[in-house]
Design a protein around this ligand. Structure first.
Ligand code: SAH
Ligand code: SF4
Length: 395
């Protein structure tokens, strides 16, 4: 099994609370000589009320709070940039304890609010159309850093209603930077905590993991988590897919489809196929027909994604008429194939772009955002201030 074990985060002196299950926290408290019931109290503060400052956990004794503070890390992620688009889409560039950066995006819609989170800093897979793939992988995120993106987004959105039903952030998708199945153990631990009724309590239907097709790990997602699965398919045949996704050399379409047909889908659930529309590469009627044949009998739907260009990208997006014709062909065969709307168009929506802009030139490229908060240096302010009106917060 392929792993990126050499890319783990440096060990921290104290474990971070966001990386501990309730049972793990109980065990930790035991070693500190604290009663096990404190773990549930801490979980209530953190995951139900959004309070993760020991000083505010008023039903804990001062002595216990001091012990906890000494042995458990509760530090938030740094916020380097927060961009809010006209349509409410919000993009954050979060800073990790060792200075690396990850991006997280919130997409509000009428009936739900979806948070797109990252699983790695960068990605090793080099899909040709993906900007994240052009960045060298820095490292895997820890389970705590993965969950922290959800906690930070809810904090920024002020999203701690008394009842789960009222929350703004209703869905979580692992579609940000990185390949989640190359960091499976940490992703699993974070998702289990997000699903735990004593934790954030998101149901399996509300969480989607997107993979480029790490075949040997797919069965584990089904067995351990039972969440929704999205597959970055992008081509129906090996010849086309290998050209745009080198991972196809290792796990070709046939093996990927066999793993998907074996995935334990719950009743009324479907696998989602993501399909980025690349002009003259994967967008012909013949490709559509091959797709229809490929997925026959598999409960699934397609998500057609207009290619989001980035500077230097070797592709163009298919024409609108071609995308419509492609979608219509899939629909005529009985497949759901909506075209994904581009959200937050005013804030560089493509995967991996915010971080690249930041690390490349230590600034962000801003195309008419409505609200931008940049948390950084005066130097950044000088460069950004001329272009847009920013609320600037000194470090
Ligand atoms: N690594 C995982 C999850 C992150 S990518 C995966 O590949 O599935 C999330 C989705 O965005 C993937 O389907 C990916 O192929 C797609 N994507 C990447 N770059 C894109 C671009 N420039 N335009 C449109 N979609 C893109
Ligand atoms: Fe990595 Fe996914 Fe981008 Fe491919 S599409 S390079 S797997 S983040």
């Amino acid at each position: 099994m392929q792993k990126v074990a050499t890319h783990n985060a440096p060990a921290q002196a104290k474990p971070h609370l966001f990386g501990l299950s309730l049972t793990a926290l109980q065990a930790q408290l035991k070693t500190l000589g604290l009663p096990a019931f404190r773990a549930k109290q801490v979980f209530d503060w953190v995951y139900k009320k959004g309070v993760w400052d020991w000083a505010q956990m008023t039903n804990l004794s001062a002595a216990d709070r001091a012990t906890l503070a000494q042995h458990l890390d509760v530090s938030p992620l740094g916020i380097k940039v927060e961009q809010i688009a006209q349509d409410g889409t919000t993009k954050w560039l979060f800073t990790l304890a060792d200075g690396h950066e990850v991006e997280t995006v919130f997409i509000p819609e009428a009936t739900r609010g979806t948070l797109c989170i990252s699983s790695q800093v960068g990605c090793t897979l080099n899909c040709r159309f993906c900007h994240t793939g052009t960045q060298a992988l820095a490292r895997n995120l820890t389970a705590a850093e993965i969950l922290a993106q959800v906690m930070m987004a809810r904090r920024q959105l002020n999203d701690w209603p008394a009842q789960d039903e009222g929350r703004k952030l209703t869905n979580i998708v692992l579609m940000g930077m990185g390949e989640p199945l190359f960091n499976y153990d940490n992703v699993r631990d974070a998702i289990q905590l997000a699903m735990d009724p004593a934790g954030l309590g998101y149901g399996t239907r509300k969480i989607t993991l997107s993979t480029s097709g790490v075949v040997p790990e797919i069965a584990r997602v089904g067995a351990d988590l039972g969440i929704q699965l999205a597959i970055s398919l992008h081509a129906p045949d090996d010849e086309t897919r290998t050209k745009i996704m080198p991972i196809n050399n290792k796990w070709p379409v046939r093996e990927l489809m066999a793993a998907l047909r074996a995935y334990p889908l719950k009743e009324h659930r479907r696998i989602t196929f993501e399909y980025v529309m690349l002009k003259d590469v994967n967008d012909t009627d013949a490709h559509a027909d091959a797709l229809i044949k490929l997925v026959q009998g598999l409960p699934c739907k397609f998500n057609l994604i207009p290619f989001n260009p980035w500077p230097g990208a070797p592709f163009a997006c298919s024409d609108e008429a071609r995308i419509e014709a492609f979608a219509a062909r899939l629909s005529a065969a009985g497949l759901d194939a909506p075209v994904r709307k581009t959200r937050g168009e005013d804030i560089l929506a493509a995967c991996g772009q915010l971080r690249s802009e930041s690390s490349g030139r230590n600034t962000v490229s801003l195309e008419f955002p409505s609200v931008v908060r940049v948390y950084g240096t005066a130097d950044q302010r000088a460069r950004l201030g001329e272009k847009v009106s920013v609320t600037f917060v000194e470090d």
